[in-house]
Ligand binder design. Structure first.
Ligand SMILES: Cc1cc2nc3c(=O)[nH]c(=O)nc-3n(C[C@H](O)[C@H](O)[C@H](O)COP(=O)(O)OP(=O)(O)OC[C@H]3O[C@@H](n4cnc5c(N)ncnc54)[C@H](O)[C@@H]3O)c2cc1C
Length: 389
């Protein structure tokens, strides 16, 4: 069904159905395995198959290409619900959908028709390859190059920290087609690269948190791609294409943060009513109540900022300021609430038998991914100076 041609009431009904299905899935399938798979750093193959059935790999792809075509507001709620329990699995479809969004927004009609149906079904999965060993924030300094050779390009370089880098088969890879261009961003392009000879996994990266999902170094060595893989078919658009995808990416990460902030609160609230000290549940001590009140306020404020950014995105309005603000606040809220929840749990917070330690390990990534929070602040300030309040 196409959300774009549905009435508001129909959209709300669809939202309710999808969120109900996701809630049931999270309780039945995700919650029971989260601790075991996180600790073993084991890829959740069964969850991937279930995500395909739920349509998550096509969540934001237009129904014309076989996706669900969800509004960003619905999508953000769905992501937050999963992250209340376990954040990592959302990366499997979030990064994939940023790649799909890039093709849908900037690709040629031939690229859309060829790739989007396979992305939507989950038959072909992947993510985005921007970061390199020497350049993350400062993407204009990447060193990967694509040199034209007849109707092909030959790509050489490497990428790191790539989500879905091992189990994903296709990545949107940022390169320099004109390495000497000044300014450098005008010489950058994006290619859809399917793994194969010359485009391989260097190594799996081992992480503090965000485990079970693959992060990898990718090696690109004389990898030949046909010119029809150049996203949009024109050189020099890659930097804008990458930046454009990050707006939805920031709403994603903000939604993850809002979900985690709420999830950490839920764990703390439950524990505080069970654990007794000095003859009463710790929830009845004022010091703990102050924490719960602050955590609840942060979680709700994060949720509202995410909703605000997602609504603007859905209405086709500019939302870099709002998405940046939501990402900044919600990710810090996740980290803060995870830390405060650990204090509520006391010594047990340090035990791998309890869920809260995973929130504490997973939360910092939200402050780094899709633009660090230092950069978010700079983006917000620039927008304020340009657009006013
Ligand atoms: C688990 C994980 C998954 C990831 N997944 C992906 C992925 O799928 N695809 C992908 O392309 N990348 C991915 N990344 C990479 C991520 O996007 C980068 O780590 C991030 O953009 C920061 O880049 P950097 O690590 O190179 O840090 P740097 O750019 O080296 O920054 C280091 C520090 O300097 C600060 N800083 C830098 N420039 C400025 C400035 N101008 N003003 C103020 N402070 C500044 C930063 O905020 C940071 O605190 C992932 C990273 C992780 C950890």
């Amino acid at each position: 069904m196409d959300e774009g041609t549905m009435s508001r009431r129909e959209q709300d009904e669809l939202e309710e159905q999808i969120l109900d299905a996701v809630d049931r899935w999270v309780e039945r399938e995700v919650r029971p395995i989260a601790r075991e798979y996180d600790q073993a750093d084991r890829y959740p193959d069964a969850l991937v198959e279930q995500m395909k059935e739920l349509g998550l790999f096509g969540a934001t792809i237009h129904p014309r290409y076989g996706g669900l075509g969800l509004r960003a507001t619905t999508y953000a709620k769905l992501v937050a619900r999963i992250c209340e329990v376990w954040m990592a699995p959302t990366g499997i479809f979030n990064s994939h959908l940023i790649m799909a969004h890039c093709v849908e927004r900037a690709g040629t009609e031939e690229q859309r028709a060829h790739y989007l149906p396979r992305f939507a079904s989950g038959e072909l999965r992947g993510g985005i390859g921007l970061t390199e060993p020497n350049a993350g924030t400062d993407l204009q300094r990447i060193r990967t190059t694509a040199r034209r050779d007849g109707d092909h390009y030959v790509i050489n370089g490497s990428k790191t920290w790539i989500t879905n880098g091992i189990y994903g088969q296709c990545l949107a890879v940022l390169v320099k087609t004109d390495p000497d261009c000044d300014p450098p961003h005008k010489g950058m392009s994006m290619f859809l690269c399917e793994k194969g000879d010359g485009f391989t996994v260097g190594k799996k990266l081992h992480k503090l948190g965000y485990r079970a999902i693959d992060s990898a170094e990718l090696v690109i060595d004389d990898f030949r791609v046909h010119e029809r893989q150049l996203i949009g078919g024109v050189e020099g658009q890659g930097f804008q294409q990458a930046a454009g995808g990050l707006e939805l990416g920031r709403i994603n990460v903000a939604a993850r943060g809002a979900g985690m902030a709420r999830g950490a609160l839920a764990l703390a609230l439950d524990y505080a009513q069970q654990r007794e000290t000095f003859g009463k549940p710790i929830a009845h001590h004022q010091a703990i109540q102050l924490k719960l009140a602050d955590m609840s306020t942060r979680a709700e404020a994060a949720r509202l900022l995410v909703q605000d950014a997602a609504e603007r995105f859905d209405n086709g309005k500019r939302c870099d300021l709002e998405a940046g603000r939501a990402k900044l606040f919600a990710s810090e809220a996740a980290l803060h609430n995870a830390t405060e929840a650990m204090r509520v749990f006391g010594g047990y917070s340090y035990s791998t038998d309890y869920e809260i330690e995973r929130f504490f390990r997973d939360a910092p990534l939200m402050c780094i991914g899709e633009g660090t929070n230092e950069i978010q602040r700079i983006i917000i300030a620039r927008q304020l100076l340009e657009r006013g309040m």
